[in-house]
Design a protein around this ligand. Structure first.
Ligand SMILES: *[C@@H]1O[C@H](CO)[C@@H](O)[C@H](O)[C@H]1NC(C)=O
Ligand SMILES: *[C@@H]1O[C@H](CO)[C@@H](O)[C@H](O)[C@H]1NC(C)=O
Ligand SMILES: *[C@@H]1O[C@H](CO)[C@@H](O)[C@H](O)[C@H]1NC(C)=O
Ligand SMILES: *[C@@H]1O[C@H](CO)[C@@H](O)[C@H](O)[C@H]1NC(C)=O
Ligand SMILES: *[C@@H]1O[C@H](CO)[C@@H](O)[C@H](O)[C@H]1NC(C)=O
Ligand SMILES: *[C@@H]1O[C@H](CO)[C@@H](O)[C@H](O)[C@H]1NC(C)=O
Ligand SMILES: *[C@@H]1O[C@H](CO)[C@@H](O)[C@H](O)[C@H]1NC(C)=O
Ligand SMILES: *[C@@H]1O[C@H](CO)[C@@H](O)[C@H](O)[C@H]1NC(C)=O
Ligand SMILES: *[C@@H]1O[C@H](CO)[C@@H](O)[C@H](O)[C@H]1NC(C)=O
Length: 625
């Protein structure tokens, strides 16, 4: 009897466990979902959304992003869906944890949707390019987290309410292309960086608190800058007297024609690809130009969607990514990276992957792993897009450029070459980033593409690695075609044969590159190709250790021992046999120890103890000293 009861209890316990597991894996913000369903059921729209109540709102619904545990909806991005009419009240305003709302480029009308004022957590509200009318709310609440408010290109009229000064953390305010009138109130928002009040019907003076903004923020109104000077009435910007020198102009001309060329090439690719589909699409937007590009996006969106990771406050859609100024930042083994300037003044790096053979599911799983990595030494993946024809990854843009570009900038072109301190911090940061990556996915994740052009400098001035985890998604590429050839470990015969040990090898090559200032593969005048690793080995063997270091570094006193210590670490990482290379965790300790080693016991060859593993520096030191 007792046994039967116990067994029964056990069964029910297992059942409960099972159910909770199922519930957890399909956790859904039920109330938020209902709010979205109520919204979509009460608004006319021309494009179909896949907002099926049977699908998971957090992982399947277009344009919806949830928080980490899928308990709340935090972003709704629905640009150019062809919404018409008013925003139904008491729908979106129930998403009380919402941070980003973008309904731009639709045909929404009616008065300012004032029940959105309840969304106290909003960071970005993007309602531009709609047909809203009437006055702005007189009583903006204290909206302490609102950072971007874009109401441009609507039909708002009346005056700018003084309560706008309640938006105390605003960084961008765009009210341009409306019919606002009256004087501009004296509102003082110190955080404000971008202001656009152009093309309204405003009068009077630019208040003192806004005089720091450039004149084009006020163009197309009847406003004077100083209370004695003449009004600016020109709807076209004043021509600035040219301050550019001839070479600068030449540079700009060349630069912009290259840009234009790339942009046109991209455009041709996409329009060709979508021409057939275009005919079948229904019109979505009010102005013709917009309509054309919107269609393009809609057709792209049919078999894919942009997935945003948590913490991404950016608002963009596929069209933005594709049409954004397509400046090529670099071409790599897995695709080409472009710089894309988004409309809210942020810039992102967009990588277009080529030769992806992974299916949607496999691709998404890998993106989830990569996209959820948050570490100060790993460049965060912000979003990705997958469709049959196009796979894109969106990263932060680092305006200093990659370590490769900093290291190999033509001398004289870039006056601030990397000093030794910076190189040390780059090495420490990058090693930590790789160490963290190697701990992910049950300790199995491989970066697979470590090279100077994938390493950046984070805001704390340490190295930060990017572009990881792509090798398993793409066609295997063999060495002659690999763009990373100089960083490739000898056992890696194609891009899929990578391992954590081959990452360590690549990192070792990177350390040698930091030390020597030389590219890992160098074509010397003729046909001859020099591999950095072989070259360093040959020089070190001849006991010319001092010869390998970058001449730029010789300017700094008392660093030779530190450089030698790093050289030893680099050489231990590029050991021929994978099993002889140290683990990245040990490499972290070694590079962090470079400074201590030298200040600790000078003259002795560095000995860094890390448990039972033999010191990699020791292994290497035989070939150095
Ligand atoms: C949707 O459009 C139809 C036809 O234009 C109109 O009758 C209906 O009221 C609209 N519905 C909403 C919710 O606006
Ligand atoms: C919905 O999302 C889940 C989890 O990401 C995925 O497994 C499933 O295939 C998706 N379903 C559809 C119809 O997209
Ligand atoms: C603003 O953001 C901070 C940090 O994310 C959060 O703690 C705070 O609750 C938010 N304020 C409001 C009013 O939502
Ligand atoms: C700012 O918000 C508070 C609270 O919502 C309100 O009482 C006050 O009138 C607002 N300030 C202005 C200038 O409108
Ligand atoms: C303002 O509207 C005009 C005409 O509709 C348009 O040409 C212009 O691009 C708009 N300005 C902005 C900043 O969107
Ligand atoms: C601008 O203001 C003037 C005078 O108040 C008014 O006559 C005119 O219609 C306004 N124009 C627009 C576009 O609102
Ligand atoms: C511009 O404003 C001034 C006074 O502020 C007024 O005299 C003038 O008529 C206005 N011009 C137009 C075109 O509205
Ligand atoms: C005009 O300028 C004077 C002197 O700079 C200043 O005292 C006055 O407040 C200004 N008037 C307006 C309307 O800004
Ligand atoms: C507001 O939106 C318009 C049109 O999408 C864009 O051009 C502008 O840069 C945005 N303004 C800000 C301040 O982000």
């Amino acid at each position: 009897m007792g046994i039967i009861i116990i067994i029964k209890l056990l069964f029910s316990a297992i059942l409960v466990l099972h159910i909770t597991l199922i519930l957890q894996s399909t956790a859904e913000p039920i109330e938020d979902k209902q709010a979205l369903l109520d919204f979509i059921a009460n608004v006319n729209h021309t494009r179909n959304l896949n907002w099926d109540s049977r699908l998971l709102v957090c992982s399947n619904w277009t344009g919806v992003t949830c928080n980490h545990d899928n308990s709340r909806v935090i972003a709704v991005r629905l640009p150019a869906i062809g919404f018409r009419g008013r925003i139904p009240t008491n729908t979106l305003s129930r998403l009380s944890e919402l941070q980003i709302l973008s309904l731009r480029s639709n045909g929404l009308n009616g008065p300012f949707p004032s029940d959105l004022l309840k969304l106290g957590n909003l960071i970005g509200l993007h309602l531009q390019f709609n047909a809203f009318q009437g006055p702005l709310p007189l009583d903006f609440p204290v909206w302490e987290n609102l950072s971007v408010l874009n109401l441009s290109n609507n039909g708002f009229d009346g005056s700018i309410p003084f309560s706008i000064s309640n938006l105390t953390h605003l960084t961008a305010l765009d009210l341009s292309n409306n019919s606002l009138s009256g004087n501009i109130p004296e509102f003082n928002i110190p955080t404000l960086q971008l202001l656009d009040l152009s093309n309204n019907n405003l009068t009077g003076f630019v208040p003192q608190s806004l005089s720091r903004f450039p004149s084009y923020a006020f163009l197309g109104n009847n406003i004077s800058f100083l209370n004695s000077s003449s009004p600016i009435l020109s709807p076209t910007p004043k021509k600035h007297s040219s301050k550019f020198t001839k070479p600068a102009i030449l540079g700009i001309v060349i630069g912009s024609s290259v840009l234009a060329f790339v942009a046109i090439a991209l455009l041709l690719i996409f329009t060709n690809r979508n021409r057939k589909e275009d005919n079948s699409m229904s019109p979505t937007s009010k102005n013709k130009k917009k309509e054309k590009s919107t269609k393009r996006m809609a057709s792209e969106d049919r078999n894919g969607r942009i997935t945003f990771f948590e913490g991404c406050n950016l608002v963009f859609d596929l069209e933005d990514l594709l049409r954004a100024s397509a400046e090529v930042l670099g071409k790599g083994t897995f695709g080409t990276t472009y710089k894309a300037a988004l409309e809210d003044a942020t810039t992102v790096a967009v990588k277009r992957l080529k030769d992806v053979i992974a299916g949607k599911r496999e691709f998404e799983q890998q993106m989830e792993i990569v996209g959820n990595i948050r570490h100060e030494n790993v460049a965060p993946l912000r979003a990705y897009y997958y469709s049959k024809d196009e796979k894109l990854m969106v990263y932060d843009y680092y305006n200093q450029g990659s370590v490769s570009s900093l290291l190999h900038a033509k001398r004289g072109e870039n006056t601030n070459t990397l000093d030794w301190e910076t190189r040390l911090r780059i090495a420490i940061g990058a090693a930590k980033g790789i160490d963290f990556i190697h701990s992910q996915n049950g300790g199995k994740l491989v970066h697979a593409n470590i090279k100077a052009s994938n390493i950046f400098i984070n805001p704390q001035n340490y190295g930060c690695v990017s572009d990881l985890g792509l090798a398993t998604l793409t066609c295997p590429v063999s060495p002659p075609l690999m763009r990373t050839a100089g960083y490739r470990a000898p056992e890696v015969t194609d891009t899929r044969k990578v391992s954590q040990a081959s990452d360590v090898y690549s990192f070792g090559v990177f350390l040698l590159e930091l030390l020597t200032g030389k590219s890992p593969v160098q074509a010397t005048g003729g046909e001859e190709v020099i591999h950095l690793v072989r070259w360093v080995h040959s020089v070190v063997r001849e006991e010319w250790t001092g010869e390998v270091f970058d001449v730029e570094l010789l300017r700094y006193p008392n660093i030779e021992e530190e450089m030698v210590a790093m050289l030893q670490i680099g050489l231990s990482c590029v050991a021929r046999m994978p099993e002889q290379r140290p683990k990245i965790g040990d490499v972290v300790k070694m590079v962090e120890g470079i400074r201590n080693v030298v200040t600790g016991n000078t003259n002795n060859s560095p000995t860094i103890s890390h448990g039972s593993t033999p010191s990699a520096a020791e292994i290497a030191s035989s070939s150095v000293s």
